[in-house]
Design a protein around this ligand. Structure first.
Ligand SMILES: [Fe+2]
Length: 180
């Protein structure tokens, strides 16, 4: 039986170790830095209405890679119209449940949903309390009407505009921490 050659040990102490890292100063000068963003409260980011019965809590915008993160809250049974992904989506159901008309599975709390470029699908929640979905999205998403006509493209610029417009209209300071 092959032995495990991985060397990373579990620590038996609780202390900060000074790692010998040659590029520390360059990283400090150029890296946007990691950060913590609260998702449970409105301290870092407000719920921004998205249509009549949904809201988005924006968590992160990265304009260099067209990547954006948020929580989509559907407040009751409803649909997010058919859309075509040009990039990737990593999503986790936090509350309620969600499914796609095109697939045979039901996403429930704690489950991981992966979407890849080229997929077109229609998101629905039939849960009486809707759903909250954490999403980490990269690339544009093209929305189509129910006749298959192109309607709009959602990307990092759309998300920033959605967030900033609401903040300006409601006197909420723009949170620089959301911009990676
Ligand atoms: Fe999708």
């Amino acid at each position: 039986m092959a032995s495990n050659k991985m060397k990373a040990p579990a620590s038996d102490t609780k202390e900060i170790v000074d790692v010998p890292w040659a590029y520390r100063d360059t990283v400090a000068r150029l890296s946007p830095g990691g950060r913590y963003i609260d998702m449970e409260s409105d301290v870092d980011s407000p719920w921004v209405p998205f249509g009549e019965s949904a809201a988005i809590k924006h968590l992160m915008f990265d304009v260099r890679t067209n990547t954006y993160s948020n929580i989509l809250w559907m407040k009751g049974p409803g649909t997010i119209g058919t859309h075509l992904h040009r990039g990737n989506v990593t999503m986790v159901t936090i509350t309620g449940s969600v499914r796609y008309l095109e697939y045979d599975w039901l996403g429930t709390p704690g489950g991981l949903i992966l979407e890849v470029p080229g997929e077109a699908h229609t998101l629905v929640t039939e849960h009486p309390e809707g759903c909250k979905l954490f999403g980490w999205m990269q690339g544009p998403i093209e929305f189509y009407d129910n006749q298959g006509n192109y309607a709009d493209t959602v990307d990092v610029w759309w998300m920033i505009t959605h967030y900033e417009t609401y903040c300006k209209e409601n006197g909420i300071p723009i949170n620089a921490k959301l911009y990676l």
